[in-house]
Every structure is written in C-alpha cells, then in structure tokens.
Design a protein around this ligand. Structure first.
Ligand SMILES: [Zn+2]
Length: 248
C-alpha cells in the first residue's frame, strides 16, 4: 500500500523525526497506547476503533482517518459520514480498507451490506484484530453475508500492524520500527475461527474469562468437520496437522 507520508517526505528523515514533523496526517493519527490497547488480539477491551483508508478511482492518493463508537457503532458512523459528505456517480470506483479492532456485529453487517448494494462502485476490505461475540449465530451469519456480498475479511497479521503503526499512529520520534509485535498465536486462533465462520462450521475457538483474576482463556476445540473442511495449508500453518511425506 502507498504511504501518504512516504510520498510527501522521501528520504530517511522519518526514522529520526517520527511522524510529527510537517506531517499533514498528524491530526488524524491516534496515540501509541490507544493502538496497543485497542488492537491487542488477547485484550478484550470494550471500545471499538476503526482506522480507514479511502482511495478514489485510479488516483494514488489515499485518504486516511479514524473513528470510534458513539451512540452508534463505528461502522454505522462511517457509512453515515461517507454518504452524507460525498455524492458520487456509481461509475466511479472507490476502494475502502478498514482496520477494525472488533469484527462487525450482525446489525452493522446488515448496514454494510445495504451500503454496498447502494454503491456498486465501492469495494471494501476489512481487517479485524478480534472476532466480536463470535459464538453468536447472528454475528457469524452477518460475517458470511458480508463475504457473500464481495467483502474481503481477514484477521490482522504482523504486516497490517506495521502498516497501521506507520500510517495511523503518532509514534514517537525514531520509533517507526517499534510497532507492536503481538504473539502470532492469537492471530492464528482468530484466523482459524474466521475460516469456520465463512465455511459455516461450528466454532473451534472458545474464549472464556475469569472475572476474579481477570484472566482470559483461549481454547481450541477441533472436530472432524474442521479437519475435513478447513483448507490443509491453513491447518498445516497452524501446526494442527503434520506434512505428509512419501518415501520411495
Ligand atoms: Zn455493530
């Protein structure tokens, strides 16, 4: 993806100065602590954060901003803002990328689906750090409906954390390379569960919380249907099956 800052400020100066020096995107950046807490895959914080990018037609320019829940969920706020501020012809293409700390609930999924059906020139890619109430059948169906409407949904990986850190976070001077490196295990667990959701399988990830000591437990419970339906390369990458070797 193209970096606005990279275009405006070529050279190595960003490494020494951080994003604050002459950066037109600064006022839209969030603070590092906010990014850490909101997007930590093992923290079940209540707030939802949205970082988004909008790209019009063939233009290289990327518009970036962020949003939070108000009385509405952040997804609905985005749609309301986007449709009220912009009036564009359906022949103009628009690519939107969201980096969401929680996946959309079923009501937001419905609103997104409706928004996309009214704006056929819009494509939407959603990266999520965590799956919101993923055992809820309505939420699972909502995500499936989004995928069936052409939305790409993926779990945030290290490359997305780095991308967000560079482009959305007001990181301290010289800290461009110090983006949060969350353990890949949680990303793998959520990625497996997202596969289950999209394939219409029962949940394989159980998350429980002990209120007394505020510990969160992630447990993987794989059934035969999971082994049969989840693509082997995903199971292999997660270390859940062994590669088969043929000896001659
Ligand atoms: Zn929602």
């Amino acid at each position: 993806m193209t970096s606005e800052r990279g275009k405006a400020d070529p050279g190595a100066s960003t490494l020494e100065q951080g994003p604050s020096s002459g950066d037109p995107t600064l006022r839209r950046r969030i603070e590092p602590w906010e990014f850490y807490i909101s997007y930590d895959p093992k923290e079940l914080c209540k707030e939802t954060c949205l970082l988004y990018e909008i790209k019009w037609g063939m233009s290289w320019k990327i518009w970036r901003s962020s949003g939070k829940n108000t009385t509405n969920h952040v997804e609905v706020n985005f749609i309301e803002k986007f449709t009220s501020e912009r009036c564009f012809h359906s022949s103009i293409s628009c690519s939107i990328t969201w980096f969401l700390s929680w996946s959309p609930c079923w009501e937001c999924s419905q609103a997104i689906k409706e928004f996309l059906s009214q704006h056929p020139g819009v494509t939407l890619v959603i990266y999520v750090a965590r799956l919101f109430q993923h055992m809820d059948q309505q939420n699972r169906q909502g995500l499936r409906d989004l995928v069936n409407s052409g939305v790409t949904i993926q779990i945030m990986r290290a490359s997305e954390y780095y991308h967000c850190w560079r482009n959305f976070v007001n990181y301290p001077p010289g800290e461009e390379a110090h983006w949060p490196r969350h353990p890949p295990l949680w990303m793998m667990l959520y990625a497996l569960e997202l596969h289950c959701i999209i394939l219409g399988l029962p949940p394989c990830l159980k998350i429980s919380r002990r209120r007394q000591n505020r510990l969160t437990f992630f447990r993987l419970h794989l059934q035969n249907c999971h082994y049969q339906m989840i693509p082997p390369h995903i199971l292999l990458a997660a270390g859940l099956i062994q590669p088969s070797v043929t000896w001659r």
